[in-house]
Design a protein around this ligand. Structure first.
Ligand code: ANZ
Ligand code: ZN
Length: 872
């Protein structure tokens, strides 16, 4: 056997070609083996892959290769989430055509992914920007419209008055357009919505069944759906109020705090506000101001609480003779509850901030456990936790939940305006999913507007509605709208002139069903239900926590909507969900405060301290904190460079080894170098094993001796544990086991050379198993070793080794050996071995013989199965 080093640069492309030629990873639905579907979130083709992709796809690939080895028929596809804003930005900034830009990026990134050696069925590749994909989305949109799952209603958008364009939420930064810097306005447009709220309760309760999801993700979904049980409550305006209504309806989840109410607040968009603003210029200015602030929840939470006093009063519903002032407040949303609230400052932080600002009463009515009713007072922090109701007449002494029930029945029995004053109501924070985007680079919404017949779906026979690619971006706004001919068409009903809908679909629609399309990517219908049902749900889905809410929730809704329209037979798309941590790296700054890339600095150790030096200038640089790899901080290494220098396997191994996959991992050069060295270690072990076998050719093999048996046990235990760890996605632990196994094998290789007749078989078995264990993680190295060991076929096709349960039984103990009370070594013996036999073995150990230096020990004390004490 040659002593050449393992050369990943030669081996990796070679094996990739072999797998390709053998169609190793092409999956057939008809395959009788048990199906297993593993999927990583598909990438956005931004230009080049980054370390986050490397991590994501490595994790998925280990699962895919492992499940294949377990005899499953594995589906492991890949595609591109190819519509979206960056393509339009590239068009505007660099004059590129969005389609061309996107497809070039796909080609680049696909080539990069291929160098990672992923076991992907590339015959199933899909890109959401191609009509072959989005025509089916259009077709399902039409089905869902027919099924009542799509509606059209008015809704607010962010409007940039300078660029004259609609902005996505992420393009509004601190209330201003990201390009123009102009204050953003809210505009009402008629838009399309998926009625996800119809499924709010189902989406919530079904979370309980998703036991293979991280608890954190389920909690995030629960909070997003935001179910609350509350009360709609009518407040009577004091007689003589000069407005068209006699009462104001609020929604509250804390009716138990009603005795502490000190004001009412309306949304700036409440009909009563609109009515009042018509005759009040100041109020109207206040409302306009609120509109400029935007409605993103985050903005609202951070924004200062502002109010405008309307001059109106309502009667306090439980305190005889008391009244409450009515404000318009910037933090009350029209879209939630009734668009009006009562404020109880003592027990709600927003209300408290508001009350302190406008000097309203703060009356505590819930006494925290252990507090004294006489002295308890509210400062700048509201008391939001449970307690006992007080200062509250007939509710005094009740617990919060009891008080809620009591007050609900109290108001239920009274009437205002001829209606019950209080009605129990369940509310969800979840809003319907607005899918219209006033954007060019997206799937056209298949709708035609006719002045005579109204709004009509495009007949299915006319699908796809193809997005034109001959567009220009010389005007602001939607390039699709500006296209000279595209939108002009004829009405499918009356044949008259009509126009196409120029809004396109939110790109979240594209990613809400791609997993189902992968099961039959060439079908003439969106899915082939029987095929989709065979593969789905995805057994293991893997992706970033940033998609824990919207993408997963939309996919769960869409799957239900597909079921309702006959495209699939299940509700939940993802059986197992795993969210990986981020890839981080140290940051560096030059002396003048510029970010430096890792390749711009070198390191020196001066007086034991690690220092960075800017290579170009030779000046000292500052080593900053470890942070998520980002372009802006320049703290990333291009995966391409790593793959070129160290190869895919080393990168994969390092990414799996360092920390649990759900945690952040710090990318270090030293780490990947270590992985590289480990590859060589395995390669040498394989070489040595082959060499010993060659030299022992012709010897008569005899049954295992103790050494061989002990090695076999180590091997079988490792196979058992590594399998369990991969199954449980504890890849770093699997790696640790493999390191240990390798150490044990390297150690025993020396011993085998001495007695090959009894030991060679165990070593060969061990090395072969080791190669199978590393195969899901370092597939190229594994194939090379497999070949060197003279095994037939590909290790990628080999079945996961079986374990002999008899060898898992732990019937050995490790006894520490003390010499005059100091620990000097240890010995592994069978459990319960007679003291005389232990003594004999200890005294024959090399290191003990050396330490005794010819003298006889005075005494040997053996505690069976525990310890050996030698006194000299
Ligand atoms: C009185 C009260 C007293 C409230 C108290 C809270 C604490 P969740 O639980 O998240 O559903 N609210 C109702 N409609 C609103 C709207 N359109 N915009 C902004 N806030 C609104 O929140 C329900 C609570 O949020 C309601 O209960 C209401 O304030 C407020 F000590 O009513 B509460
Ligand atoms: Zn018509």
């Amino acid at each position: 056997m040659s002593v050449e080093r393992y050369n990943p640069r030669e081996a990796e492309p070679r094996w990739q070609q072999v797998w390709d030629d053998a169609k190793s990873f092409v999956t057939n639905t008809d395959d009788p083996r048990e199906p297993y579907y593993v999927l990583e979130m598909f990438p956005y083709p931004s230009g080049r892959i980054h370390m986050g992709h490397v991590r994501n796809y490595t994790l998925g690939d280990v699962v895919a290769r492992f499940q294949r080895a377990r005899g499953k028929n594995v589906l492991h596809p890949m595609g591109w989430d190819a519509f979206g804003l960056p393509a339009e930005n590239a068009a505007m900034e660099r004059g590129l055509n969005p389609g061309t830009w996107t497809r070039q990026n796909i080609a680049t990134m696909k080539a990069q992914l291929k160098t990672m050696g992923l076991s992907i069925d590339w015959t199933r590749e899909i890109a959401t920007c191609e009509p072959q994909y989005y025509q089916h989305q259009q077709s399902m949109f039409i089905d869902m419209l027919a099924a009542g799952l799509v509606t059209r209603k008015k809704s607010k958008v962010n409007w940039d008055p300078v660029d004259m364009t609609v902005l996505a939420n992420e393009q509004v930064i601190d209330g201003r357009g990201w390009r123009s810097g102009a204050p953003v306005e809210q505009r009402e447009l008629t838009q399309w919505f998926f009625k996800i709220t119809d499924y709010a309760e189902d989406l919530l309760t079904a979370l309980d069944g998703l036991t293979d999801w991280p608890e954190k993700v389920r909690t995030m979904q629960r909070n997003w759906i935001g179910k609350s049980e509350g009360l709609r409550l009518l407040f009577e305006l004091v007689p003589g109020s000069d407005v068209s209504q006699q009462s104001i309806e609020v929604f509250t989840t804390r009716p138990d705090t009603i005795f502490g109410a000190s004001f009412l607040a309306l949304s700036p968009d409440h009909p009563l506000t609109t009515e009042l603003a018509a005759g009040n210029a100041d109020l109207s200015e206040f409302v306009a101001d609120c509109h400029r602030q935007g409605t993103a929840t985050e903005t609202l939470e951070k924004a200062e609480k502002k109010g405008f006093y309307t001059g109106l009063y309502v009667k306090h519903p439980v305190i005889e003779g008391a009244t409450l002032p009515v404000y318009v407040a910037n933090f009350v949303l029209m879209e939630y509850g009734t668009g009006a609230i009562f404020g109880c400052p003592a027990h709600d932080q927003r209300d408290l901030d508001f009350a302190r600002k406008y000097e309203l009463a703060v009356t505590p009515v819930v006494l925290p456990p252990g507090a004294d009713a006489e002295t308890f007072a509210i400062g700048i922090e509201a008391a939001v936790d449970a307690g006992t109701i007080y200062n509250s007449g007939f509710l005094d002494g009740l617990a919060v939940e009891e008080a809620k029930k009591a007050i609900a029945s109290h108001f239920g029995a009274r009437t205002v305006d001829g209606q019950p004053q209080g009605r129990v109501e369940v509310n969800y924070r979840l809003r319907d999913w607005g899918l219209s985007r006033q954007r060019y680079w997206g799937a056209p919404i298949p709708i035609i507007h006719c002045e005579v017949c109204g709004t009509l779906p495009v007949p299915k026979k006319d699908l796809p509605v193809v997005l034109p690619e001959d567009v220009s971006f010389d005007k602001p706004g939607n390039a699709l709208d500006h296209h000279p001919t595209w939108k002009h068409t004829t009405c499918p009903q009356c044949g008259g002139a009509a126009t196409r809908e120029t809004d396109t679909m939110d790109t979240f629609v594209d990613s809400s069903w791609y997993f189902a399309r992968f099961t039959a990517p060439e079908a003439p219908t969106p899915t082939i239900p029987a095929v989709a049902n065979r593969w789905m749900p995805v057994d293991q889905y893997i992706g970033g926590i940033e998609h824990a809410i919207l993408h997963l929730l939309y996919s769960r809704f869409f799957t239900r909507a597909m079921k309702a329209t006959g495209h699939i037979g299940l509700d939940e798309p993802f059986k197992g969900m795993f969210t990986q941590g981020m890839v981080t790296h140290e940051t560096y700054k030059s002396a003048d405060g510029q970010w430096l890339a890792p390749e711009d600095v070198r390191f020196e150790t001066i007086e034991g301290e690690r220092r960075a030096i800017e290579i170009q200038s030779g000046r000292p640089a500052r080593i900053g904190p470890v942070e998520k790899i980002s372009k802006s901080k320049r703290n990333g290494t291009d995966p391409d460079d790593i793959l070129k220098v160290y190869g895919a396997d080393a990168a994969r191994w390092f990414i799996l080894s360092d920390s649990p996959p759900e945690r952040d991992i710090e990318w270090t050069e030293a780490g990947v170098e270590g992985a590289s060295r480990f590859q060589q270690r395995i390669w040498r072990l394989v070489g040595e094993t082959v060499e010993i076998a060659k030299q022992s050719a012709g010897i008569v093999r005899v049954s295992d001796d103790d050494e061989a048996l002990s090695l076999r046990k180590t091997v079988h235990r490792a196979v058992h544990n590594v399998g369990g760890d991969i199954e449980g996605l504890r890849f770093n632990r699997a790696v640790a086991q493999i390191y240990e196994l390798t150490n044990a094998l390297v150690r025993s290789a020396g011993l085998v050379a001495v007695a090959p007749a009894a030991r060679l078989a165990a070593l060969e078995e061990g090395v072969e198993r080791l190669i199978q264990l590393i195969a899901p993680m370092m597939p190229h190295l594994a194939e090379t070793c497999w070949e060197a060991l003279g095994k037939s076929g590909l290790v990628a096709d080999a079945l996961w080794p079986s374990v002999n349960p008899a060898l898992l039984v732990d019937d050995e103990v490790t006894l520490p050996i003390q010499l005059n009370g100091k620990r000097r070594g240890e010995i592994v013996v069978p459990k319960g071995l007679a003291a005389a036999e232990v003594e004999k073995r200890v005294l024959s150990l090399d290191e003990i013989v050396r330490m005794l230096d010819g003298k006889a020990p005075k005494k040997i004390v053996i505690v069976p199965d525990r310890i050996v004490n030698v006194v000299v």
